[in-house]
Design a protein around this ligand. Structure first.
Ligand SMILES: [Mg+2]
Length: 292
C-alpha cells in the first residue's frame, strides 16, 4: 500500500476569496489544514494525484500559486542545503563585482549562459574571475554592503529548520567571502564556496582548485545527509544549472525562480512566493516560524 500524499498550495497573494476558490479547484477536502490564513493550505490526496493537474486546475481559474505534492511521510527534512546567488540573495555576486571592475555586461552574459547550462560552469567561472584581476579587496566589502540583499524568507527558512533540529548548509559556486556573511546573516551552520585568490590586497584573477561546481554541490548534500538517513532527508533549493544534481538527489528538490532546465528536473518550484514556501511544503505553519 502506498502512503497517502499531501498537496500544499501557497497562493501568490493573501485573499479569502482566492483561498476558497483554490480549495474548490483542487477539491481540498481530506485532512484539510490551514498553514497561513487566507494564503496557504494543505490536504491529503491520492498518490496518483499529479502536481501538474492541480497546477492546471488553479491556472484555469486564474489563481497563481506555488504547489507541491509529495508523500506525507518524511516531509519535514533534517538537512537544508541551499544555493546562494539568486536563491538566498537576489544578486549574482560575481556580476556585482564585475560592475565595480567595469566589466559587468561581459560577465553577466557569461553568468546567464552558465546558469542556463549552455556552457560549462567551471570554464565560465575561471573566465569571469579572470576579468576581476587586480580588483582591490576592499571592493568585496563595499559590494556586500551596498549591493547584496537577502531574499525574503531566507533567514526565517534557515532559523525555523534549525530550531527544529535540522542541519543548515550553503553550497555555492560563488565565493566564500560572500557565503560567510550570508551564512551569518541567516544563521546557517556551514557554508561552502569557491575561494577568490588574492595577493597584496588585490584579486589575482583566479580561484582555488578544485572548483566547487555541480558535482561538488551534490557531494556536499550526500556527505551532510549521510548521518541523517541519506539524501531523502534533505531539502535542496537552487535556481541554476549547477544546482541540478543536488536538486535531483534531494528528498525534496525545489527550483527557486529557476532556469527552465532546473525547474524541469525539480520536484516542485517556487515561482510566485518567497523562501518561506519551502517551510510550508514541509508542513510548517506560520505559528512555527522562527524569524530571529
Ligand atoms: Mg544561483
Amino acid at each position: 500500500m502506498t502512503s497517502p500524499h499531501i498537496a500544499t498550495i501557497v497562493l501568490a497573494e493573501k485573499s479569502a476569496d482566492l483561498m476558497q476558490a483554490a480549495m474548490q479547484a483542487v477539491s481540498a477536502i481530506d485532512d484539510l489544514k490551514i498553514l497561513s490564513d487566507n494564503r496557504v493550505f494543505e490536504f491529503q490526496t491520492s498518490p496518483t494525484t499529479k502536481q501538474e493537474a492541480l497546477l492546471t486546475a488553479l491556472q484555469d481559474r486564474n489563481i497563481s500559486a506555488d504547489i507541491c505534492v509529495q508523500p506525507a511521510d518524511g516531509r519535514k527534512k533534517s538537512l537544508l542545503i541551499c544555493d546562494m546567488d539568486s536563491t538566498l540573495i537576489g544578486q549574482e555576486c560575481i556580476d556585482e563585482l564585475a560592475d565595480f571592475a567595469g566589466v559587468k555586461s561581459r560577465v553577466s552574459e557569461i553568468t546567464e549562459r552558465a546558469m542556463r547550462g549552455e556552457i560549462d560552469f567551471e570554464g565560465a567561472l575561471i573566465e569571469r574571475v579572470g576579468l576581476l584581476k587586480d580588483l582591490d579587496i576592499s571592493v568585496l566589502e563595499t559590494c556586500f554592503k551596498t549591493r547584496i540583499v537577502l531574499n525574503k524568507g531566507a533567514a526565517t527558512l534557515c532559523r525555523t529548520m534549525k530550531a527544529n533540529g535540522a542541519k543548515t548548509v550553503i553550497v555555492s559556486g560563488g565565493f566564500t567571502f560572500f557565503t560567510e556573511k550570508v551564512a551569518a546573516a541567516c544563521g546557517f551552520e556551514a557554508h561552502h564556496a569557491n575561494v577568490l585568490l588574492e595577493n597584496d590586497r588585490k584579486l589575482t584573477g583566479d580561484v582555488q582548485r578544485p572548483i566547487l561546481g555541480r558535482d561538488a554541490k551534490r557531494e556536499r548534500l550526500e556527505e551532510y545527509s549521510q548521518s541523517l538517513g541519506g539524501a531523502q532527508s534533505a531539502i535542496a533549493i537552487g535556481d541554476g544549472a549547477n544546482d541540478l544534481a543536488m536538486i535531483k538527489a534531494a528528498g525534496l528538490g525545489v527550483a527557486f525562480y529557476a532556469k527552465p532546465a532546473v525547474a524541469a528536473a525539480s520536484h516542485c518550484a517556487i515561482n510566485y512566493t518567497d523562501l518561506t514556501t519551502a517551510l510550508y511544503f514541509q508542513g510548517y505553519s506560520d505559528k512555527d516560524f522562527v524569524s530571529a
